[in-house]
Structure formats: C-alpha cells, structure tokens
Design a binder for this molecule. Structure first.
Ligand SMILES: Cc1cc2nc3c(=O)[nH]c(=O)nc-3n(C[C@H](O)[C@H](O)[C@H](O)COP(=O)(O)O)c2cc1C
Length: 354
C-alpha cells in the first residue's frame, strides 16, 4: 500500500505547490472525519490488537505513534487520524487570537532529503473557534484516541504577557484536551523561543499549572497532563535549565523536538528561512532525547519527534528513551499507511518493557 502512495498518489500531490498539496490532503481527511461510521470502521481495521495499551501521564495510548502538531492546526480531522491508525493526535498549534501566519510561499520540499522547511507562523483560527469546532464534533464527550492540544503564543502578544495569552487558550480548550503541549519552540514566531529560558519559563509554566489545578479542583477531575515542547537548537546547558524548570513545576513530560533552524549536511545550502523537519533532523532529535533520558534518569516521559520515516528510525527513538513518537514529514513522503505500519512494528518493542 505504501508503494501505491509513493508511485501514484505522491507524484500527483507533488505536482502541486507544497501548501496546496497540504490543503488537498486536509480536504480529503476532513471528508473522512465527517463520516463517523467510516472512521470507526477504518479505526477498527487499522487497530493492531495490542496486548496492553501504553500507559503514560495516566492516559491509555493504543499504540506509540502520534500525529505531530502542525498538520491538523484547527482540529479539523482528528477522527480521521484515529482511522489512519494513529495512537494519539496533537492538534494545533492554536493561539489565543486567530492569525493568518506568514505570507506564502512558506512551505518548501527538499524531496531528495525527505525534508521540509516551513515558516508557516502559527496560521490558525484561534482558540475560541477551535474550541467551538471540537465541541460541535462532540470531543467533550468522546475521543477515540488521546487528543493533545498544542498551544502557542499569539504573534501580537508581547513576551511579558505571554503567560496570559497561553492561559486564555488553556481556558477555551481544556474541556477537549487529554493533554496540553506548551509550545515554546517554533522558530517562526519572533522571540517565542526565548520562553524556553529561565527568565520566562517558570512563570509561564506556573501560571498554567495553577489554572490546571484550580480547574481540576473545581470540577472534581484529574488535572490535565501538561508537556513542554522544546527546540532541537538548545545546547545541553539550556536543556538542563528547561528540565530543571519542568521537573520543579511538576510537569508531566517533554516533547522533543520541534523543527531546527540549523541546516545540517546536504541541506547546508538551503537558504529558505524557517524550521527544517524530516530526515536531516533525526540525528539531532535522537541526541536530545538520549540526553534528556540520561539527565532525568528516565523520570520524565518523552514524546520523540524528528525525522521518523520507517520502523528503524521509530525504533531508534524508542531505544533513545521516547515513550511515544510523533510524525509529520514522514507522512508527506511515505503516505497514510505509515502510522499503522509503524504501530505494528513498535508493538513488540513496547511489549518488552510494559
Ligand atoms: C509544515 C509544518 C508545520 C508545523 N507546525 C507546527 C506547529 O504549529 N506547532 C508545533 O509544535 N510544531 C509544528 N511543526 C513541527 C512538528 O510538529 C514536528 O515537531 C517536526 O516537524 C519534527 O517532526 P518530523 O520530522 O516528523 O516532521 C510543524 C512541522 C511542519 C513540517
């Protein structure tokens, strides 16, 4: 089936400009999402029967493979993601205010290297609209797989007011989130990555943690797991500082990594500004995950993402210390059968240590 995608569907999609091809894909997935029956059927077909779900942050994940943030920015096709065989989906990045993102073109393919560069700039409909869509799709009652919601800073919000901005999104979206990913690592919102530094991160994380605990107390629910998504361009000292803040404030995990502003190897002459994803990112993502695993003695669950394109690269990430993995660019190059293939391939690996 993967061969059908690579030989027939991908060449047709790749005749289009990358963002048009993305929109075509989203349109197809939105159609699938609308048919609950078809989604349920495909979900059943694609579900490999795991002996036990993977339990992390108090959630049950049917398999280790998730859809990374950025593909379903507005929560338009999360049911279709479950149907494709994903074990979780992370929608977003959602910002408090709706925003158009950067001018086009802002997405570029480097097919020889199975890579993408994007400078989308958090184009999204805003937290209120995304919450309304999730509500009308019944996401407050039932989600077939864990739904992560990735939140980021509105472009117009000053860094000093970032915590309130994230908090607004948290309040709009909390009823629909199985976990929140706090995105402080996209390279395409000016100054966003500064939020990873000790000057800002503890304040931001504390504000969200307190809101989460208050909400849980008020509603008699468990707090929603909170994770922080980091950049691959941090050095080890900077990672230590993030880890200290994350552990100090009792956060539930780390997502490593976002896209890189570096241009490793064959991409050294790619001069489009933006974040690089796909195969050239893989080595750095693995390095960072191994580092976090060792630095925290495995105390902090890691969701690994960066250049996973086949069972070997997914397995490498799990071996480096990731409990779950996510893909985006791999899906563009390998197609919609990749998640189920990876989930099947990783099942025995997880079975060894659950
Ligand atoms: C076009 C595109 C848009 C992205 N948008 C977001 C985003 O909005 N928020 C986010 O946290 N990560 C975003 N990412 C990063 C991915 O979630 C992921 O961390 C990164 O691409 C590495 O995984 P990959 O190599 O499998 O693509 C985006 C990636 C791509 C390619």
């Amino acid at each position: 089936m993967g061969q059908f995608y690579e030989r027939v569907a991908r060449p047709v999609l790749f005749m289009q400009d990358p963002e048009r091809a993305h929109e075509t894909t989203v349109l197809a997935l939105k159609l699938l999402h609308k048919s609950s029956l078809l989604c349920a059927l495909l979900h059943r077909l694609n579900r490999n029967s795991p002996p036990r779900p993977i339990k992390i942050f108090g959630l049950d994940f049917p398999n280790a493979i998730g859809l990374a943030a950025g593909m379903d920015k507005n929560a338009q096709f999360w049911r279709a993601s479950a149907a494709m065989g994903f074990g979780h989906v992370e929608v977003g990045t959602v910002t408090l205010k709706p925003q158009p993102g950067n001018p086009r073109p802002r997405l570029f393919r480097f097919a020889d290297n199975e890579a993408l560069i994007n400078r989308m700039g958090f184009n999204n409909e805003g937290a209120e609209a995304v919450a309304a869509r999730l509500k009308s799709a019944g996401a407050h009652r039932f989600r077939p797989i864990p739904l992560g919601i990735n939140i980021g800073k509105s472009k117009s919000a000053d860094l000093s007011l970032a915590a309130e901005d994230y908090l607004g999104s948290f309040h709009h979206l909390a009823d629909y989130a199985d976990y929140f990913a706090i995105n402080v690592s996209s390279p395409n919102t000016p100054a966003l990555r500064q939020l990873q530094g000790h000057q800002y991160l503890p304040g931001l994380l504390k504000t969200l943690r307190e809101a989460n605990l208050n909400r849980a107390r008020k509603l008699g629910l468990k707090p929603i797991p909170l994770l922080v998504k980091i950049a691959p361009d941090l050095n080890f000292k900077e990672i230590d500082s993030v880890l200290a803040d994350v552990l100090d404030l009792g956060y539930d995990g780390i997502i490593a990594t976002n896209t890189t502003v570096e241009r490793p190897g064959a991409l050294s002459r790619a001069n489009e500004p933006g974040g690089l994803s796909g195969k050239p990112l893989h080595h750095r993502a693995i390095q960072i995950i191994s580092y976090i695993q060792k630095a925290t003695a495995g105390r902090l669950p890691i969701i690994g993402t960066g250049g996973i394109s086949d069972p070997e690269s997914a397995g490498r990430m799990v071996d480096a210390g990731a409990s779950l993995v996510q893909i985006y660019t791999g899906l563009v190059y390998k197609g919609p059968f990749l998640p189920a293939q990876l989930a099947r391939a990783l099942a025995p690996q997880h079975e060894r240590w659950v």
